[in-house]
Each structure stands twice: as structure tokens, then as C-alpha cells.
Design a protein around this ligand. Structure first.
Ligand SMILES: Cc1ncc(COP(=O)(O)O)c(C=O)c1O
Length: 489
């Protein structure tokens, strides 16, 4: 093959790249409701059907187009309106254009010299989002996802209390604990472990009937651990929990944190996009009282993955905690003011340019566009909940707090006999079976999970504001139809 060099040539690659774009237009970007969300294959079948082999010699462009077609064929179309499986969905045309552009430029956002537009843009967007949180908010960083942002916040909380940890590690530190909701995101445990605090240092606080932390439980636990000579380090409150979309009472939690000297991190990965909504911004009341916040524009605001922000109230903390001043990258004698080299406040070295797709979508739609997107989604969630409440084959898990609608499909034999002895065990089997049929049809992707002592239930959530009430009727009718066929009297 003559094109082993990593440089496109018009003669060799223009036609090929045009065909790729055409393929994406036809099979991914402009799909319709009539197309499948996925073409399901078991892992064993896909291993046989898809050509994963890599060889000594390269393939022809014709074959490569076929490989791309097959890759699309067996991949999930997360931009399809019936992909309601995850806390990301939709395919924003401006976000996509921006992502294509940054991929073509292949920038790495650490120094001004390598990424002049994007380093300035990052600081601009961070400043704008800080202003939306509150006047005292100072700095932030883009993260490869909310999990990483949460983990970074734990490290910042520890550093701000025990700055010696940066140089001498955790060997002379007291025993530490941190508190979070029993319905928090699992990244809190992963990163507590990763940072050497250990999973057992994460104390789970009770949640109420809709999924919010019970503040009294927090204060009692702080006192309990202080009495045992363990240092309570921080609280992670969630605004928009993963499963039920609950908003912890952050103002009350903040008062307790201030009283006892704890860092407050707010995981608003899911709920934080509400900063853009005049109608629903009040759900975030109290967020400004935190010390650090994670917001994922790639969730509610439908920015293509990944786009996640960690905001920090203290302007200097990210730099003092993370900087290392690598001389090959952050030289002090540059030909411009090196304060514009933002990279040293980050933990990563090379870094994708996630800001651009967010900035470009903001530019294209305005803040008002994001607000309208949120209004449509909230209206859809409201309609979904109404339908669940009024149709006899469905039952709500708890009152909706946000976009998440959690519900059971009740088979007929359980509908009429709620006192069946193994009601929970029977109900637990229902959602996985319905999901399997939907996957086989390739019709709808909808998540399910158990929670605390509750048997498996479905969670409907969408960030695709092109969904309509008709789509919701279709999704619920589809579940009912499959359920009625699977579970006879
Ligand atoms: C509340 C919450 N926090 C954090 C995360 C993790 O975000 P990411 O998937 O970007 O790592 C999620 C993911 O769903 C989440 O729901």
C-alpha cells in the first residue's frame, strides 16, 4: 500500500474521506425513527461476524469502506430518539461539526503555543460557567468525564486540608472519612480507593423516599467519627442522582460542613446543566455554597462525549495542587506570557480539546437554546410520569424529581394480585426480559436496575429534545405489548 505516511494527499484520500462522510450521513447522522437503534448480536456471534483480525499487510480503501460500514452496522445509534438508555443521547449537528474540526486539528490543550484558540477559549468558558454559579467562583478545568472530576475533587479536598500530601504522600495523615449519599455515583468509591483512602472511608448516608440525603444522618455520622478520632474530610452531595435524579439538600448540607470544617463537593454531573434554565435553575439553589462542583455538558446539554467541567471556588488551588512545572513544556522564557499555558493546573499532559464543541454549540444556539432544550425535556419527563401514573400496567417507583422517570411494568398476574408472596422476586425478573426482547427487535434501548431493596425497574431518561409525546406513547405501548406477550396470566 502506497499511503503508509500519516499525511493525507488529495489524490489518495479526498475521495476516500468524502465516501466516509457520505456513509456517516446515510447511516448515522440522518437516521430516522424507522431505522433500528441497534442490530443486536451476542458477543460470541459478533466475534464471528465482524472481522477483528489485524494483519501484516494493509487493506484496500474499498475494503476499509466495507469495514466502516460494518462498524456502523453493529454499533448502537445513540443519536436515535429511542436510545434512552444512558445519561447521554442525541446527536447535535453543531457539536458534531466542532468535534470533527478538533479531530482534524488534533490539538492538545496544554500550551498556548500549541493550542492558541482553545487555551483562551477554555478559560473563557470556565469563567462564564463560574459566573453562572456565583460571584466568588474562580477557576476550573475540563475533565475526561464526571468520574475523573469527582476523583480530582477528593484529591483537592485532601490537599487543601493537608497540603503536605503533595510532597510526602499520605503516610503521616490521620484516618480520614468522607460522606456521600447511598445513591451516589460509584465513581466516589473508585476514586477513594485509587487515592489511597480506601472504599471503606466512604460512609454512605441514608436517603429519603425520593432519594435525597437525610441531613441529620450526616451530622450524626460526623460526630460519631470525630469521637473515634477519625477526621471527617468532606461531603459529596449529588444534584441529579444517576438513577432517581434526586437533588440533595445542599444548603443544609453546606451549613453542617461549615460548622464542622468539611469540604463540600457537589456532583452535578447530571443536574448541573440546569444552570442554563431560568425555569429550573432553582433546583440548583445552594450549589454556590460548595467548594467544588462537577458539571457534565455531555449529559443534560447533549454536547458530544466527553465534555465535563470541574469548577473550584479557590482560584489558586488547582495550580498549587497539580503543578509540576515540567521544563520541556512550560518554559519560563517563552516568546509570550506563559500564564496562558494552562496545562500545568491539570493532571493530564496531552489533552483533547473538549471545550470547542461546548463553546460552538453555545455560540450556535445561545444560552436560550440550551434553556429551550431543557424545557422540552422536562415537559417530556412530566408527560412520561403522567402516563406511568395513569396506566394500570405501570407503577411509579417514587415521585419524579428531575428528568428520570423510574417505573415498573407490572405483568397482568402481578397487577391483580399485589399480595403474591414472592411479588418482589417475580417483579425483579420482568425488566431484564423485556429489555432483551427490545434489544432483539433493535427498537428501544431503555435501562433498568435494582435500587436499595427495590426490585429491578426501568429508568426513562432522555437528553434528546427531538423526542415527542408520540415517541413516549410508542415506548410505553411497546413495553406493554412485549410484557403482555411474555407474561401471561
Ligand atoms: C451523578 C453522576 N456523577 C458522575 C457520573 C460519571 O460521569 P462520567 O460518565 O462522565 O464519568 C455520572 C454518570 O452517569 C453520574 O450520573
Amino acid at each position: 500500500m502506497g499511503d503508509f505516511k500519516p499525511l493525507p494527499s488529495k489524490e489518495l484520500h479526498k475521495n476516500f474521506l468524502e465516501k466516509v462522510v457520505e456513509l456517516l450521513f446515510n447511516t448515522v447522522v440522518f437516521t430516522t425513527r424507522k431505522d433500528k437503534v441497534l442490530l443486536w448480536r451476542s458477543p460470541e456471534d459478533l466475534l464471528k461476524e465482524f472481522d477483528f483480525e489485524l494483519g501484516q499487510n494493509g487493506e484496500s480503501q474499498e475494503k476499509l469502506i466495507q469495514v466502516l460500514k460494518n462498524t456502523v452496522k453493529f454499533s448502537v445509534k445513540t443519536g436515535h430518539p429511542y436510545f434512552v438508555n444512558q445519561l447521554f443521547s442525541g446527536l447535535d449537528p453543531y457539536g458534531l461539526a466542532a468535534q470533527w474540526l478538533t479531530d482534524a486539528l488534533n490539538a492538545s490543550v496544554y500550551t498556548y503555543e500549541v493550542a492558541p484558540v482553545f487555551t483562551l477559549m477554555e478559560q473563557h468558558v470556565i469563567n462564564e460557567v463560574c459566573k453562572m454559579v456565583g460571584l466568588e467562583w474562580g477557576d476550573g478545568m475540563f475533565c475526561p468525564g464526571g468520574s475523573f472530576g469527582n476523583g480530582t475533587a477528593i484529591n483537592l479536598a485532601r490537599f487543601s486540608r493537608f497540603p503536605q500530601v503533595k510532597k510526602s504522600g499520605s503516610k503521616n495523615l490521620p484516618d480520614l472519612v468522607m460522606f456521600t449519599s447511598e445513591e451516589c455515583h460509584y465513581s466516589i468509591f473508585k476514586f477513594a480507593s485509587f487515592l489511597g483512602l480506601g472504599e471503606e472511608a466512604v460512609i454512605k448516608l441514608k436517603t429519603d423516599e425520593v432519594g435525597k440525603i437525610v441531613p441529620d444522618d450526616l451530622e450524626q455520622n460526623i460526630i460519631k467519627y470525630k469521637d473515634k478520632n477519625v477526621v471527617p474530610l468532606m461531603v459529596v452531595a449529588t444534584m441529579g442522582t444517576t438513577v432517581r435524579g434526586a437533588f440533595d439538600p445542599v444548603a443544609e448540607i453546606s451549613a453542617i460542613c461549615k460548622k464542622h470544617g468539611l469540604w463540600l463537593h457537589v456532583d452535578a454531573a447530571w443536574g448541573g446543566g440546569l444552570l442554563f434554565s431560568q425555569r429550573y435553575r432553582t433546583k440548583l439553589n445552594g450549589i454556590e455554597l460548595a467548594d467544588s462542583i462537577v458539571i457534565n455538558p455531555h449529559k443534560l446539554l447533549a454536547v458530544p462525549q466527553q465534555c465535563s467541567l470541574l469548577l473550584v471556588r479557590d482560584k489558586n488551588l488547582l495550580h498549587s495542587c497539580h503543578s509540576r512545572g515540567a521544563e520541556y513544556l512550560f518554559q519560563r522564557d517563552k516568546y509570550y506570557d506563559s500564564k496562558y499555558d494552562v496545562g500545568d493546573k491539570y493532571l493530564q499532559c496531552g489533552r483533547k480539546c473538549d471545550v470547542f464543541k461546548f463553546w460552538f454549540m453555545w455560540k450556535a444556539k445561545g444560552a436560550a437554546g440550551f434553556a429551550s432544550h431543557i424545557d422540552v425535556l422536562m415537559d417530556l419527563a412530566h408527560y412520561f410520569e403522567e402516563q406511568v401514573n395513569c396506566r394500570p400496567e405501570f407503577a411509579p417507583v417514587s415521585q419524579r424529581q428531575y428528568m428520570n422517570v423510574c417505573f415498573w411494568y407490572l405483568p397482568r398476574y402481578l397487577r391483580s394480585r399485589p399480595n403474591v408472596s414472592d411479588f418482589h422476586a417475580e417483579l425483579h425478573k420482568v425488566a431484564p426480559q423485556i429489555k432483551m426482547v427490545m434489544a432483539n427487535h433493535g427498537s428501544v434501548m431503555l435501562n433498568y436496575q435494582p435500587l436499595k431493596s427495590l426490585p429491578n425497574f426501568f429508568r426513562f431518561v432522555s437528553q434528546n429534545s427531538s423526542l415527542t409525546r408520540n415517541d413516549i406513547d410508542f415506548i410505553l405501548d411497546h413495553i406493554a405489548e412485549i410484557g403482555d406477550a411474555l407474561f401471561l396470566d
